[in-house]
Design a protein around this ligand. Structure first.
Ligand SMILES: *Cc1c(COP(=O)(O)O)cnc(C)c1O
Length: 368
């Protein structure tokens, strides 16, 4: 730290992203990226848009915002496009919480929430998960505080039913409730999809986007990083009542008006035009998740019930950190969290079947 660093931030512990090693080719099952390439039309859109990089991007992200509104069956003014959903979350923290309006979230959840809270100097409170790693919605009913919940939660993968989400939103009418749906495209109802032609207006029945027309205190965030093979493009969004979106836009125009660059914006439009391709990939990931879960259970692992593109797994035969390190030396990266409650576990991204088979083979070698 330099002697000039603001006292506002000396207490700040930044978020630690999963490893992105350059020195060696790993099978990457540590950051919940998609193993599938972007749709060919997305790569073409990236290439075509590069020709106008001399110009600033459209600060309104007009085409992209229209495409998002159409896809999720909401109005243009219910949507804001952001530089990853992390930015949508940061805008929402900054816009709606402050010293007098603390924010509440589970003790085991996305590691960025406490960071956004400290960065914006917002007091926060955490609520323990139940002993089976579930969120008990009753802990959040009528607490009269701002709330952020990842649904499905990370790193547990467990889904909170929409009826329970609604109880939380409904019972805190004077506070903002943020539902972070980074993994919603891996919920079970995606498997029921059999027409991939147009997904306009299609919202999974588990998603809180269904509640946006009904509640003026609800913000739902989503991302192209996990289900839409665009982690490197940095594209996310929030869907909410138009007044909440207007406030988030005020924060955006006060920090980075050109938050979504023109290449990413073009990629996002092309991705939504080909959303059937991505949702089909999500179906594959869900099937692979069931395969991975079953095979790990056969090897004596306990697995939390996942509605996401990762599983949270522990073995009685080997410690969490030891397994992580042994897999790393075998060329496979998984995510390990070194805390009391999570240390025994590893979070393993669901990859292709060949990646899963390589993982299982390595595990067999390690625990034999
Ligand atoms: C990955 C993730 C995000 C955000 O990812 P972006 O790449 O910034 O869109 C948000 N919330 C959770 C729970 C995540 O796992």
């Amino acid at each position: 730290m330099s002697r000039f660093f603001s006292s506002n931030f000396v207490e700040l512990t930044p978020y630690t992203p999963g490893e992105q090693p350059k020195e060696k080719k790993y099978i990457k099952l540590n950051t919940n990226e998609s193993p599938f390439l972007p749709a060919p039309a997305v790569c073409e859109a990236a290439k075509a848009s590069a020709a106008s990089l001399n110009l600033y991007s459209d600060p309104e992200s007009t085409k992209l915002t229209q495409a998002l509104a159409k896809r999720f069956g909401v109005d243009f003014y219910n949507v804001i496009a952001t530089n990853g959903s992390d930015e949508a979350l940061n805008f929402a923290f900054a816009a709606f919480s402050d010293a007098k309006n603390p924010i509440v979230f589970p003790d085991i959840t996305y590691g960025f929430y406490p960071v956004f809270a400290r960065l914006n100097r917002i007091p926060y409170e955490t609520v323990s998960l139940s002993c089976d790693f579930k969120i008990d919605y009753r802990d959040y009913v009528a607490i009269n505080k701002n709330i952020v919940i990842a649904n499905p939660n990370a790193p547990t993968g467990i889904l909170l039913p929409l009826s329970e989400v609604e109880e939380i939103v409904k019972s805190n009418p004077d506070n903002v409730v943020i539902i972070d749906e980074a993994y919603m495209d891996f919920c079970d109802s995606v498997l029921e999809l059999d027409d991939y032609s147009s997904l306009d207006g299609k919202v999974w029945k588990e998603s809180a986007i269904n509640l946006v027309p009904k509640y003026d205190n609800l913000i739902v965030t989503g991302t192209f990083s996990k289900s839409r093979s665009l982690a490197g493009g940095r594209l996310g969004f929030a869907i909410a009542n138009k007044d909440l979106i207007a406030d988030m836009r005020t924060i955006k125009y006060s920090t980075n008006p050109y938050n979504v660059n023109s290449i990413t914006s073009a990629c996002g439009v092309a991705a939504l035009e080909n959303d059937g391709y991505y949702m089909k990939n999500c179906q594959t990931i869900i099937k692979n998740r069931e395969y991975l879960t079953c095979e790990l259970k056969n090897r004596g692992f306990s697995i939390l019930p996942s509605s996401s593109n990762f599983v949270f797994a522990k073995s009685e035969k080997i410690g969490g950190e030891k397994l992580y390190l042994e897999l790393k030396s075998a060329g496979i990266l998984v995510r390990h969290f070194e805390t009391d409650k999570l240390g025994q576990y590893n979070r393993i991204t669901v990859g292709t079947t060949s990646e899963i088979d390589a993982l299982l083979k390595a595990i067999d070698e390690i625990i034999k």
